[in-house]
Design a binder for this molecule. Structure first.
Ligand code: URA
Length: 219
């Protein structure tokens, strides 16, 4: 690992809140792909206490202009669908796999994804969400290998990530939903499941903590 890479790793270990994480990302801007100035960066947005974290692909034109994730056309669809399902955006955390815009909105490269990975990983570790919703195939691929989004969208996955138990729900990307009526229908239907899924996750966590308590009391 390069000297910069090592010192970022060390600095990240000391970070315990989202604001310090954003500051560290900005300090590192010169070492990040696609970034020529700090204002090219679009940070994740929302509460550190969020129970649900959504991860998209990369900011686009409107996102860089406003320096906020998902504020363009696909963002409007996403935000509206969340609101329609009783999920106020202020209670969530919305982020992206990479925090700068690829030219012409091309797909992010593996190198770009890798360069931003420590920062996204740290966001997840700080927030500790009960549920991660991936939007599109790039964020899905962070957690699930060799799967097709057409077959896995809307299905809850429980997995181990960095030694932690995670619940991941892959969804279509809202930009894809805007390109096809059929996909838009699936996108909307999948979001209707979130409430029940959260109830189920909470019941699982209660059972686990009850079992743990019982073990501690009995043994
Ligand atoms: N698409 C994304 O994946 N992320 C954004 O922030 C906006 C559009």
């Amino acid at each position: 690992m390069s000297k910069t890479g090592l010192s970022v790793k060390t600095s990240l270990m000391k970070v315990d809140n989202l604001l310090d994480l954003q500051n560290l990302l900005e300090e590192q801007f010169a070492h990040l792909p696609l970034v020529t100035q700090t204002t090219d960066l679009v940070h994740g947005e929302g509460s550190q206490e969020a129970e649900i974290m959504l991860i998209g692909e990369a900011p686009g034109y409107h996102e860089v202009l406003q320096r906020r994730p998902f504020v363009g056309r696909s963002g409007q669809l996403l935000r509206q669908t969340l609101e329609n399902n009783g999920l106020p955006v202020k209670d969530l955390f919305i982020s992206n796999i990479i925090k700068a815009r690829p030219p012409d909105n091309r797909d992010p490269s593996p190198q770009e994804i890798l360069a931003f990975k420590p920062f996204l990983d740290k966001e997840i570790n700080l927030i500790q969400p009960k549920l991660i919703i991936t939007l599109g195939r790039f964020s899905m691929a962070k957690f699930l290998e060799d799967v097709k989004i057409s077959q896995t969208h809307g299905r809850l996955h429980r997995l181990k990530w960095q030694n932690q138990d995670l619940f991941v729900l892959p969804m279509y990307h809202p930009a894809a939903a805007l390109r096809s009526t059929q996909l838009k229908q699936s996108f909307i239907e999948d979001f209707k499941k979130i409430d029940k899924i959260m109830q189920w996750i909470e019941s699982q966590q209660e059972t686990l903590s009850f079992k743990k308590q019982l073990r501690e009391e009995l043994f």
